[in-house]
Design a protein around this ligand. Structure first.
Ligand SMILES: Cc1cc2nc3c(=O)[nH]c(=O)nc-3n(C[C@H](O)[C@H](O)[C@H](O)COP(=O)(O)OP(=O)(O)OC[C@H]3O[C@@H](n4cnc5c(N)ncnc54)[C@H](O)[C@@H]3O)c2cc1C
Length: 426
């Protein structure tokens, strides 16, 4: 008997994982509308031949259980950020630099970083801010546990956590921008419970144990994109933009933008929630409600070598937040120092900036790309628990990072759930 045919729409981490797990039992076809696999896990090959992850991905060993299980199965090597460059752990530091006053807070625990900031991190006011941050996070967890954050925005919740004030508040809010790819105003308007849950789940990323817990893929995101797609290479269609999906009693019909039409038994939507809804002919009421709740931000990431607005290189160990007071609080860009990545030579001088809020010299720009990332707000967050209930209706299944906190672990876990629903355990 012939294997059943499954269409998987979207070649990001979720779609690749679903395809990898299902390819042993089903006749799968993966449709990816761009010319490249990986979705938001994007590797750029520079003119010097270096391969850099422009949306660099870090994973906590304790909180990314399924991703690490998958990596072990695929033999994808990971490396602790602690062991990255010697001496120090340059992948982990974070600097917060005021674009107007040109002053900064440098959480740069590597040897070079400590020397470059004259051990300022040990100044009593700096130590106090870090202790305040830790206490504030603890208080926020207690409020969450008691249910006191229900219905509160991040901005409202901050009023209940006096420890998150001045420097501690700056570090807290801008870090939420980092872990969500959202801008500051959207973070302030977001449900506080969502972010505090996320920090709780990923507590090994935001605590001293992060020094040992945080890992990178040793050979970059490309290593797992390749490993995940290797078993079904010939079943991948790139530049294959699905235009609509028609569900019938005995299967589904996939219509592509170039006019082609293909028949399948089942379909897995591994694209963004709003994209999935737009593709569906006659969505159910639940599909309209649960997928329709999601909005996405289209934010530009610029890879460049314009260091003129940044603190000196030694003070850019991992992420640098260039911020200025604006609007309700601050506006910040988030920049990654690409030389801090494990597979990139230390001589690299490239910076990857998300939501740029400063002028970047045109000649120094190497690459630009718009990334779509989910907006976690009071409409979308409540749907997260219900999204898996859509699986199985009308031969349709769903996965993606919006099934959780927007991270790799969520994309992988939701794909494992789709596979389980289709009789494949992992
Ligand atoms: C700057 C940045 C930094 C990040 N850092 C981390 C990190 O450190 N750790 C971490 O865990 N996560 C991180 N993330 C999040 C992580 O990248 C995402 O969780 C993950 O890549 C999402 O995968 P996905 O498969 O759900 O969606 P996507 O990657 O968005 O994939 C969806 C795919 O569907 C395709 N598609 C859409 N519509 C169609 C169509 N009609 N036809 C065919 N194909 C279609 C798209 O082209 C895309 O390739 C980061 C994200 C960004 C932007």
């Amino acid at each position: 008997m012939q294997n059943k045919k499954i269409a998987i729409i979207g070649g990001g981490v979720a779609g690749l994982t679903a395809a990898y797990l299902l390819s042993g039992k089903y006749d799968i076809t993966l449709f990816e509308k761009s010319g490249k696999l990986g979705g938001n896990a994007y590797t750029l090959t520079t003119s010097e031949g270096a391969e850099v992850d422009i949306a660099a991905a870090v994973f906590g060993r304790c909180s990314y259980k399924n991703l690490f299980r998958l990596f072990r199965k695929l033999n994808v090597e990971t490396i602790s950020s602690f062991r990255r460059h010697s001496p120090g752990w340059s992948g982990l530091g974070a600097s917060f630099f005021d674009l107007d006053t040109k002053t900064g807070i440098y959480l740069t625990p590597g040897i070079k970083g400590l020397l470059a900031q004259n051990f300022e991190i040990l100044r009593p006011d700096r130590v106090r801010s870090i202790l305040q941050l830790a206490r504030g996070l603890r208080r926020a967890q207690t409020l969450l546990k008691r249910g006191d954050l229900a219905g509160l925005t991040v901005e409202d919740a901050l009023k209940k956590v006096p420890e998150l004030h001045v420097d501690a508040k700056l570090i807290f809010v801008t870090s939420l921008c980092l872990i969500s790819s959202m801008n500051c105003d959207d973070v302030l308007d977001a449900p506080a419970g969502f972010f505090i849950e996320k920090l709780k789940k990923h507590s090994d990323l935001a605590a001293p144990k992060a020094l040992f817990s945080v890992h990178f893929a040793k050979n970059g995101t490309k290593s797992y994109v390749q490993a995940l797609s290797a078993p079904y290479r010939e079943r991948i269609m790139l530049n294959a933009h699905v235009k609509s999906v028609l569900r019938e009693n005995d299967g589904v019909r996939v219509f592509m933008k170039d006019g082609r039409e293909m028949r399948f038994d089942k379909v897995v939507f591994a694209c963004n929630a709003d994209q999935a809804l737009a593709l569906l002919d006659q969505p159910t009421d639940d599909e309209k409600r649960l997928l329709g709740a999601w909005k996405y931000t289209e934010g530009t990431i610029i890879v460049h070598r314009d260091h003129s607005h940044f603190p000196k290189r030694e003070l850019m160990e991992g992420y640098t937040f260039l911020y200025r007071k604006k609007g309700r609080y601050v506006e910040t860009s988030v920049s990654g120092s690409l030389w801090a990545l494990p597979n990139v030579p230390e001589t690299c001088d490239l910076i990857s900036t998300q939501h740029p809020n400063f002028p970047i010299e045109k000649d120094h720009i190497v690459f630009e790309k718009v990334f779509r990332t989910p907006l976690f707000d009071f409409q979308s967050c409540p749907t997260v628990k219900e999204l898996p209930s859509l699986n199985g209706t009308r031969n349709t299944y769903y996965c993606g990072s919006h099934f959780g906190f927007g991270l790799h672990e969520d994309a992988v876990t939701s794909a494992i759930e789709v596979a389980r629903n289709l009789g494949v355990d992992f």
